[in-house]
Ligand binder design. Sequence first.
Ligand code: G4P
Length: 536
Amino acid sequence: MASNDIKKEIERRRTFAIISHPDAGKTTLTEKFLLYGGAINLAGSVKGKATARHAVSDWMEIEKERGISVTSSVLQFEYDGYCINILDTPGHQDFSEDTYRTLMAADSAVMVIDGSKGVEAQTRKLFKVCGMRGIPIFTFINKLDRDALDTFDLLDDIEKELGIATCPINWPIGSGKGFKGVYDRESKSIICYSDTEKGTKEGKATVIPTSNEADLRAAIGDDAADKLLTEIELLDGAGADFDLESVRAGKLTPVCFGSALTNFGVEIFLKHFLNMTTSPLPRKADGEEIDPFSDDFSAFVFKIQANMNKAHRDRVAFIRICSGRYDAAEEVRHVQGDKVMRLSQPQQIMADERKILSEAYAGDIIGVFDPGIFSIGDTLCAPKKKIKYEGIPTFAPEHFARVRQIDTMKRKQFVKGVEQIAQEGAIQIFREFSGGLEEIIVGVVGVLQFDVLKYRLENEYNVEIKLENLPYEHIRWIENPEEIDVEKLSGTSDMKKVRDMKGKPLLLFVNPWSVGMTLERNEGLKLSEFGKGDWS
Ligand code: G4P
């Protein structure tokens, strides 16, 4: 394929993550997006919420039991000439690491907020992670068909709680039983609400320019019209000006209002969103930005999921393509493994369906069969190249436990299981500093990951384990092990010396002040809070 064709394909890609507090309407909104893309027929009638959620990620029973989405998944659909990749993010606060990795693969984020609740705990947390990436954020304030908080208060809440300026693209007229529609600021018209659109595509809504005051009053009533006209005046006078540069820098969030359930305002949001977002953004490898439009294929692994399909006991590496075109018939270089190879079973993961693909472009997310060679953060590129994308930092675990298998005969499965789950990045494992292979210490960011570990070892590896909680709360990697004698390190009584999966030495502490004390006692010792680039 000629270069120009590749460029055209890349240009039309849009890759974003969707974030929200559980129950704000992320699944419903995603379903409606798919409806517009023609990926499904009647959003409402395809699946109930419960089944929809599980269809996306039913490889983990634990999700069903707890009703939370533990893992993230990817959906691709076409709309209006665009090829859209949506990355779903796990909704539970314990999985911020997985979310962070998912956001590494996205170029922007859609934040769904429940209009009756405003900014909630999980939104705050996810937003912080978005902020670390500096990606553009687009807000959809949902459930306007239910009584919502005052619009100015909602915007204030976002600005104060999340520290990002807001710019309403449209403005709601009432809410709940009094919801009359939205005012579109660009066309200076109102779009009248009707819930008869539920489950169908929008398009038949009545549109009235606000300059036509008689029709406006007839449509929404005098009270709502008076309120709206005052609010528009206030908004035009006081609101932040729209500035695309600030949006793209993640400093200003465009806000749309609507109701995903009744399918009102979704298409308007999607259209505005697609207009404002960019095609795939460049990412850095070896300190340099790699042009997504370059002819040479490159990608990185941002997620590994084992046993997605129990019947096959397989392991899938999720890859974000960063530049060029991927051709399944051609070889690629796995930089960290220093091998040139053909990727095995490249596939597009569509909800519960998988489609083998022959080609993909920068911006796309693909899954490939992983025989156990990939780690999170690994780079794949054209055979003639040898670049390394910047690693994904590991989060410092905050909870630690010693883990043992109950049946000593099952040592092999136990070690294999723990190591595989650690390679996926769901947990981190540490071993005694000097030998002592018997003992494995597991570190996690959120305690729910301990349950996931236990559950998965039992179900996927047939190994029962015992977890014994350890009091450590502070972890420091030794940055300069070559320069100091780690064996002879003079630490505090609450300190434990261990090694991570890659053999790097680190220290665990119970008390925060012990960190400073250990630094004082050992001249030249350098400690770091993050296992920077540990994956690479
Ligand atoms: P999530 O993925 O963010 O967790 O939220 P999800 O879409 O599953 O929606 C959570 C609940 O909120 C669902 O109700 C859903 O129907 C409802 N919902 C989503 N968008 C809207 C909206 O615009 N208006 C109203 N009124 N409700 C909305 P549920 O009772 O938990 O499930 P279901 O039985 O309705 O499927």
